[in-house]
Ligand binder design. Structure first.
Ligand code: 6PG
Length: 232
């Protein structure tokens, strides 16, 4: 599917524009269906976007927020994406949103993934909005090069849900939505910043294996048009 590049002078301007676009789609979903859902990524890039989105005026009580992926750590950990979203998005007007975590205090990551899959299955699919990030190794979500279940995660035949993933570049065991869960979002976004990631994206757009740069699965096979938001 095609990708559209939305470029901005700086991260602040990008954050405001992306918050406006995402807020409008969530508001439209609430008006038409009575509810809306969004899956967001963690990492360092999205903080300003989260803060801008948290101030958007919409019926947040009817919006479900979940994660594209999570580290298998409790929300109190400084590595937690739940903690990042709680601190930067689930505040101001967005404090009323319903948050659906991927991490569960379970005996194993597999057990937590099963619980997360069940919880995410209750949300409408496809997601109204998915916001992906990308690492400089070309991973997105927790689709890491060399990941233990990368082929399964990217396989379109794999059902929607949450699976575990381990990889050298991932740190803790990860919990990640599958490609099939993300690729048909109503508004599918890739949010990256900096020249280095723009170069990584350009390399990902060249011929090569998806396993080498998993973002290629999104660039090549996502059912929804990809909206790339970038600032230097
Ligand atoms: O849990 C995570 O780390 C994210 O979901 C991950 O996929 C992130 O989007 C990229 O690693 C980019 O992270 P930065 O924004 O920190 O570069």
């Amino acid at each position: 599917m095609s990708a559209t590049l939305h470029r901005y002078e700086n991260g602040e301007m990008l954050a405001e524009a992306l918050a406006h676009a995402v807020g409008a789609r969530l508001e439209a979903a609430v008006k038409s269906r009575g509810n809306a859902s969004i899956a967001v990524s963690g990492g360092s890039t999205p903080k300003a976007f989260f803060q801008a989105l948290s101030q958007r005026e919409l019926d947040w009580a009817k919006v479900s927020v979940t994660l594209v992926d999570e580290r298998f750590v409790p929300p109190e950990s400084n590595r937690s994406n739940h903690g990042l979203v709680a601190a930067n998005l689930l505040k101001n007007r967005a404090a009323e949103a319903r948050f659906v975590p991927l991490y569960h205090d379970a005996a194993s990551a597999e057990e937590a993934a099963a619980k997360a899959s069940a919880a995410v299955a209750d949300l409408n699919s496809p997601f109204d909005v998915v916001v992906l990030g990308m690492g400089t190794d070309g991973h997105t979500a927790s689709f890491f090069p060399g990941g233990t279940r990368l082929e399964e995660a990217l396989d379109p035949a794999t059902p929607r849900g949450v699976i575990t993933m381990e990889a050298d570049g991932a740190g803790e065991t990860r919990l990640t939505l599958t490609f099939s869960s993300l690729q048909d979002a109503g508004y599918l976004v890739l949010h990256i910043e900096g020249d280095a990631k723009k170069e990584v994206l350009a390399r990902a757009e060249m011929p090569g294996e998806e396993a080498e740069m998993p973002i290629r699965a999104v660039l090549r096979r996502a059912a929804s048009p990809l909206q790339v938001y970038w600032a230097p």
